[in-house]
Design a protein around this ligand. Structure first.
Ligand code: NAD
Length: 259
């Protein structure tokens, strides 16, 4: 029976907890929950049987075989580091936090544990992974999100995003900068970087429009193998429009594979 701890009891954390309860209960048990807002962790704990402990990150990691991070980029790098230190497996959703700790994935393997990265809201990572064995010339991500899917990003600190009335390219740069400017909106750029040519060389374009209803990601790869074009049209989650439904499903699918 795998002991699971969940850090971040929001949209993804709750979906993961419900999935374990309903579909994986013969093989996995939630032993601990943690949220910066303890009321959220307590509320979720109240729906799980047997009731898990509500605790802080360090204690959660020590109690778990597998730590699931669904809290945010500010904390995901630290969670991954601590998990590796304690030789625990970790599934990281906020992949942006791994960009400065990319060596951790190798370090985890050397210590006999794993850092798992779900495919998130994009497809094409399997091909990119294979292509990475050879020479890759270019990786570009073009993301289209409705205005409400980008709201609150630090990038718009001095710009009223609601004033955008037509399709507009709001960001063009590399994945490293995209993740810094949009920490809650563009984890896919980090995921793509980690599977391919890194955050400096991966190009990102972000486009918005009041008419968009879906989070669309286009991945383009060119290399000695040929080329890839993969387009995913995502329905945003009802609970959190920044998060795509496919990103939630990708966490559940990865978890199913692990346990
Ligand atoms: N890999 C992907 O494709 C992908 C897609 C969507 C979201 N994400 C990442 O997953 C994270 C969770 O997404 P969500 O839709 O569940 O968000 P959410 O806002 O619904 O939930 C986040 C939860 O984490 C809690 N939290 C925030 N900071 C914390 C901290 N330091 N310690 C503990 N808890 C903390 C919040 O209180 C909240 O309950 C996002 O922040 C994003 O970084 C990744």
């Amino acid at each position: 029976m795998k002991k699971i701890g969940i850090i971040g009891c929001g949209t993804i954390g709750t979906a993961v907890a419900e999935f374990i309860q309903k579909r994986l209960k013969a093989r996995a048990r939630i032993v601990a929950l943690c949220d910066i807002d303890p009321k959220k962790a307590e509320y979720l704990a109240g729906k799980i049987r047997p009731r898990p402990a509500v605790t802080v990150i360090d204690s959660l990691i020590k109690r778990s075989d597998l730590v699931i991070e669904a809290a945010g980029m500010k904390v995901s790098g630290l969670v991954a580091k601590k998990a590796v230190l304690h030789k625990k497996d970790a599934l990281i959703m906020s992949t942006g936090g791994l960009l400065k700790n990319a060596g951790l994935i190798r370090k985890a393997r050397a210590k006999g544990c794993n850092i798992y990265i779900p495919s998130g809201a994009i497809c094409g990572l399997d091909g990119l992974n294979a292509a990475s064995i050879g020479r890759i010339k270019k990786v570009t991500l073009t993301t289209r999100k409705p205005i409400r899917g980008l709201k609150g990003a630090p990038y718009f600190k001095n710009r009223d995003i609601d004033k955008i009335k037509k399709e507009t390219l709001v960001f063009s740069g590399n994945a490293e900068d995209a993740v810094r400017h949009f920490p809650k909106n563009i984890n896919v750029a980090a995921t793509l970087s980690l599977s391919g040519i890194g955050p400096r060389r991966t190009k990102v374009r972000i486009i918005t429009s009041p008419r968009y209803t879906r989070n669309t990601h286009e991945v383009e790869v060119e290399g000695e193998f040929g080329s890839i074009f993969a387009r995913t049209e995502n329905v945003p989650s009802r609970e959190n429009p920044k998060t795509s439904q496919l990103a939630i499903f990708s966490a559940l699918a990865k978890l199913k594979e692990i346990v």
